[in-house]
Design a protein around this ligand. Structure first.
Ligand code: DGL
Length: 285
């Protein structure tokens, strides 16, 4: 049944499988400090990177439904895996049923739009989860904007578990960072731009830089996504007017709040105090 169009106000929702989206939220709050944000990390089911298309789709849908129930008129999927596997279908199939006046945005398109300016050789490396790589979302999107770019992908399945377990400085991180950088440069040694296409990866940035020649640019998404949201809100006053502007931040997790707060502070760069919430299985149904 179609839901009525609503014009009620609420916070901007920011979603990730766990902590990674906090690296995006950090930039959003910096650029749009006047807005209210609701963050949700689905820590109980994270990581999403190796999960099936169906699972990521269902979990993301449940999260979007939760944000809408909290009154969020706009939700940012600050997770590449969720953006890759669920965004388009949610926009095209579910939104009309759930809340036709609301919007859901992702991180892949805004990132793709600005890539060209960071590469001289035209060879770009995408470092991402298995799910994002398999979805082919980046090569497909980049082809639309910049067909002349050569795109190489490398799935780094151990990076998120290392980061989520606070092992980004340990010897395991050295091993797995080097392994995947070697692999991507083997695909094309003239790659001069590497995109951290997973919102967790900025936590490994220092380690990655240790193994990179200085001629290679390393790009993370926080600032790019924030710039894009600033622009979106200017172009869409009908949505911007429905986003509350009282500078509040609310953190939510599907797992233990105590555990979340401890780890989340590393990602957000400031203390975090969260509450535990439950998503409704089946989401929209
Ligand atoms: N942070 C997420 C991303 O940007 C996903 C990490 C995961 O859950 O595997 O892809």
């Amino acid at each position: 049944m179609l839901q009525p169009l609503t014009t009620s106000k609420g916070p901007i929702g920011v979603f990730d499988s766990g902590y990674g989206g906090l690296t995006v939220l950090r930039s959003l709050v910096k650029q749009l400090p006047q807005y209210d944000f609701y963050y949700l990390g689905d820590s109980a089911r994270s990581p999403y990177g190796n999960r099936s298309f169906e699972a990521v789709y269902q979990y993301t849908l449940e999260a979007v439904q939760w944000f809408f129930n909290q009154g969020c008129p706009l939700v940012i999927l600050a997770c590449n895996t969720a953006s890759a596997k669920a965004l388009r279908s949610i926009q095209q199939k579910e939104l009309a049923q759930l809340a036709p006046a609301n919007r859901v945005l992702g991180v892949i398109r805004p990132t793709t739009e600005v890539l060209r300016q960071y590469t001289k050789t035209g060879a770009v490396g995408i470092l991402a989860t298995e799910g994002t790589v398999q979805s082919q979302s980046y090569p497909i999107e980049i082809e639309k904007f910049y067909p002349q770019l050569k795109v190489y992908q490398e799935a780094c399945p151990m990076w998120v578990p290392l980061i989520e377990n606070n092992e980004q400085e340990g010897p395991g991180a050295d091993y797995f960072v080097k392994k995947h950088l070697d692999a991507i440069f083997k695909k094309d040694p003239v790659i001069d731009l590497l995109l951290l296409a997973c919102t967790h990866y900025p936590l490994l940035e220092q380690k990655i830089r240790q193994y990179l020649p200085p001629t290679v640019q390393l790009l993370s998404q926080g600032e790019i996504v924030a710039n894009s949201l600033v622009d979106y809100l200017k172009r869409h006053p009908e949505i911007a007017n429905r986003c509350l502007q009282q500078s509040t931040l609310t953190f939510n997790t599907t797992d233990s709040a105590v555990a979340f707060d401890k780890q989340a502070a590393h990602f957000f760069g400031a203390p975090v105090s969260s509450q535990e919430v439950q998503l409704i299985p089946g989401g929209a149904k």
